[in-house]
Design a protein around this ligand. Structure first.
Ligand SMILES: NC(=O)C1=CN([C@@H]2O[C@H](COP(=O)(O)OP(=O)(O)OC[C@H]3O[C@@H](n4cnc5c(N)ncnc54)[C@H](OP(=O)(O)O)[C@@H]3O)[C@@H](O)[C@H]2O)C=CC1
Ligand SMILES: CC(C)(CO)C(=O)C(=O)O
Length: 304
């Protein structure tokens, strides 16, 4: 299959690299020093699942890619509409655009640009980052993709993509209710990013303190109420599963938002705690915990 990775950083270059290793034609769309290093030295991956190095086509301008079967969409959740417009020249009538960003509502924005029939929803549980230009550090045992058609249909094209991912060694689930799965990840990641970034500490430290451990639960429950008020039936069991997912990551695990915060880079707080607040307001649900996090982190990030 012919793939393009829009925003080939921690997530995109890692999965793109695994697909290329299996013989798929993969082009990474990147920029800056990272792009320069990819072009000069190829992609280097340091991973707990095995290191690898391979030459890969990397470009700044999607126009240089040609038409593709699948776009993996892995930029940060800033200005999604504008970024989606950039991939228009590489889409065929039947191309798929698979979103793997954190956050809710992204697929709807993408659909407005490329047409809803092309967009698949998705999410990933993985800890991975650009360690240095051209070099990805993939740190977690977990590296799962969950994806599906936005209307829940199990289609032939989705089954084909599932096989491609699985053959590339990526633990992947094809979901019949991706909207709910995206909200489950959103509940987990908005709360995990909030508690780790506000404390500036990795998972193990947060769980070791009873007060911050409980705050994580309160953040999760707040998102559950917001989800339900917006028609997504998350349950107490989903909260418990999200709590366990957090606790099953290694104690050293940092959210990608904390990593960006430490690097003094823009953080995705608008699309995480900010989105909890936004969807809460929409449905008349109070969100004091996420509202506090949103305010504090917005202020701190404005000082970078
Ligand atoms: N990292 C992780 O462990 C996980 C991340 N996620 C989510 O996945 C998404 C991607 O995260 P992550 O991989 O960490 O992000 P990264 O910042 O590592 O990767 C995105 C890359 O895309 C580049 N980029 C952005 N816009 C463009 C553009 N228009 N043209 C070319 N290159 C572009 C960025 O460059 P620049 O830096 O210059 O902006 C960056 O190098 C986020 O939504 C994140 O929340 C989900 C699960 C785990
Ligand atoms: C917590 C983690 C690493 C798990 O997937 C994540 O999604 C993120 O930080 O963006």
């Amino acid at each position: 299959m012919k793939f393009a990775v829009m925003g080939a950083g921690g997530v995109g270059a890692y999965f793109g690299g695994l697909l290329a290793q299996k013989g798929h034609e993969v082009t990474l769309i990147a920029r800056g020093e990272h792009l320069k290093a990819l072009q000069e030295n190829g992609l280097t991956v340091h991973s707990v699942h095995g290191d690898f190095q391979l030459p890969l086509k990397a470009v700044a301008d999607p126009q240089e890619v040609g038409l593709v079967d699948v776009v993996l969409f892995t930029t940060k959740g800033f200005d999604i509409k504008k970024t989606t417009e950039q991939i228009l020249p590489i889409l065929k009538e039947d191309s798929m655009v698979l979103n793997l960003q954190n956050g809710v509502g992204n697929e709807e924005i993408m659909a407005e640009v490329v047409g809803k029939e092309r967009v698949l929803g998705g999410l990933t549980y993985i800890e991975t980052t650009i360690e240095a230009p051209g070099i990805i550090a993939q740190k977690s045992a977990k590296r799962d993709i969950i994806f599906g058609e936005m209307d829940g249909q199990i289609t032939e094209r989705a089954k084909q993509l599932l096989s491609v991912f699985q053959e590339a060694g990526i633990p992947t689930v094809l979901s019949g209710n991706i909207q709910k799965d995206i909200w489950k990840k959103f509940m987990f990641i908005s709360s995990f990013s909030a508690i780790t970034t506000i404390t500036e500490l990795p998972a193990g430290d947060v769980w070791a303190c009873e007060k911050t451990d409980q705050l994580f639960c309160k953040l999760l429950k707040e998102v559950k109420h917001v989800a339900r008020a917006n028609g997504i039936e998350l349950s107490d069991e989903d909260v418990e599963v999200a709590y366990q997912i957090g606790h099953n990551f290694a104690p050293t695990t940092k959210s990608s938002m904390l990593v960006d915060f430490e690097r003094r880079k823009p953080i995705e707080v608008d699309s995480l705690s900010g989105a909890v607040v936004k969807y809460g307001k929409k449905a008349n649900v109070e969100t004091p915990y996420h509202e506090m996090v949103y305010g504090v982190l917005t202020l701190k990030a404005s000082k970078f």
